[in-house]
Design a protein around this ligand. Structure first.
Ligand code: SAH
Length: 351
């Protein structure tokens, strides 16, 4: 976190900064409220602050912003896919989904990703940089402001690997959970990881009530290492051991993500192997019909395969559902909009 990134500061830190500038405490409360609840993009919005203070803060503590660059609204289910532009010109994606219980926002944690999963569009041009806590929150504010809604659930399943940006992700959780900020229930937040095992233990040490999702995608090392390079570093046995400890100590159910890729990981044998791998664990399997991306030759499994795979897992006592696919008409899975935008912009520049 940069020292000048005011929107990533806790109220205590902001109060200290204010004191150092001889600004009274109640002003720090007002600024925090503008930044964290209302998502002010500039000090000019803070109309209850004196003009000279606004000018001083603009100079000393510029606010990191997150602006809508592009927006696609699904005609099928009104899912909204955003391409946001950050203060330094980088682009990230978020997806706003409407459920019966409210609005869920899928946010990014990095610009790009370095994990290299073969089926994923976000990782194709590597990781440009980590997102700041303010930029993770900024996605919530930007979506709320754009649609005039309140986001009640957040999934950290957009671009990037949140556990590869651990400190900023933890501070983001602290800020959004703050009752003087957005005051989201941490139980309504899911963090998805490709399996950075040591960071799963670090997360455990934080004793948070968040939902952990683990992208598994294969039932054995041979298969998993082919599609997810992280598996060569932290093989399945280590990952599953960490997951078992995690559920035991937190009593929270882990959700395993499993993208169903045609003729790669969707056989009956895979389903049986997966069932024995997860046997006895407090968990849930979420099957995702793989999204076909331009950068990869992988194809999605057939509906019959999905049904058969689900029924094998369920019959073995593994609670399994197929993820409802929202926004299928608008590139609504991570990385696709940004990579298309990058392609189109560079094509234009090339002309
Ligand atoms: N890095 C984190 C979170 C980002 S990806 C993680 O790996 O969990 C969010 C989820 O979408 C992961 O489960 C990821 O494996 C999955 N995913 C990525 N590309 C996909 C695709 N083309 N089809 C289906 N799922 C995909």
């Amino acid at each position: 976190m940069s020292d000048r990134d005011i929107k990533s500061m806790t109220l205590d830190e902001l109060t200290e900064v204010a004191a150092s500038l001889s600004i009274p405490k109640y002003r720090a409360d007002q600024i925090y409220n503008w930044l964290q609840i209302r998502g002010a993009m500039s000090y000019d919005e803070m109309t209850n602050l004196p003009k000279d203070l606004r000018e001083k803060l603009t100079e000393l503590y510029p606010i990191k912003y997150c602006e809508v660059e592009l927006k696609q609204v699904s005609k099928i289910d009104s899912t909204v896919k955003y391409l946001f532009r950050l203060s330094d010109g980088n682009f990230i994606e978020s997806v706003l989904m409407k459920y019966k219980y409210g609005y869920t926002l899928c946010i990014s944690s990095q610009v790009g990703c370095k994990m290299g999963c073969v089926f994923c569009a976000s990782t194709k041009s590597g990781c440009v940089r980590n997102l700041l806590p303010s930029e993770m929150i900024g996605q919530i504010h930007a979506a709320q402001r754009d649609m005039n809604v309140r986001v009640s659930h957040v999934v950290m399943m957009g671009m990037g690997e949140p556990l590869d940006n651990f400190d900023n992700a933890m501070r983001f959780l602290q800020l959004v959970g703050d009752d003087k900020g957005l005051n989201l229930s941490i139980r309504n937040i899911s963090l998805s990881t490709c399996g950075v095992v040591p960071r799963i233990y670090d997360l455990l040490d934080r004793h948070l009530q968040l939902t952990l999702s683990v992208s598994l995608h294969a039932p054995n090392d041979e298969m998993r290492s082919k599609v997810m390079p992280i598996n060569r570093k932290y093989p399945i046995a280590e990952l599953i051991k960490a997951c078992r400890i995690y559920t035991k100590e937190t009593s929270r159910r882990i959700s395993f993500e499993y993208a169903m890729i045609k003729d790669v990981n969707d056989s009956d044998a895979c389903a049986y192997e997966l069932a024995s791998l997860l046997k006895g664990m407090l968990c849930h399997v979420n099957l995702i019909p793989a999204n076909e991306i331009v950068e990869s030759s992988h194809r999605r499994s057939t509906n019959e395969r999905l049904e058969r795979f689900t029924s094998i897992l369920n019959s073995r006592g593994i609670n399994t559902t197929v993820r409802r696919s929202l926004g299928s008409d608008i590139d609504a899975s991570c990385g696709q909009l940004r990579s298309r935008h990058n392609r189109e912009t560079s094509a234009k520049e090339g002309n």
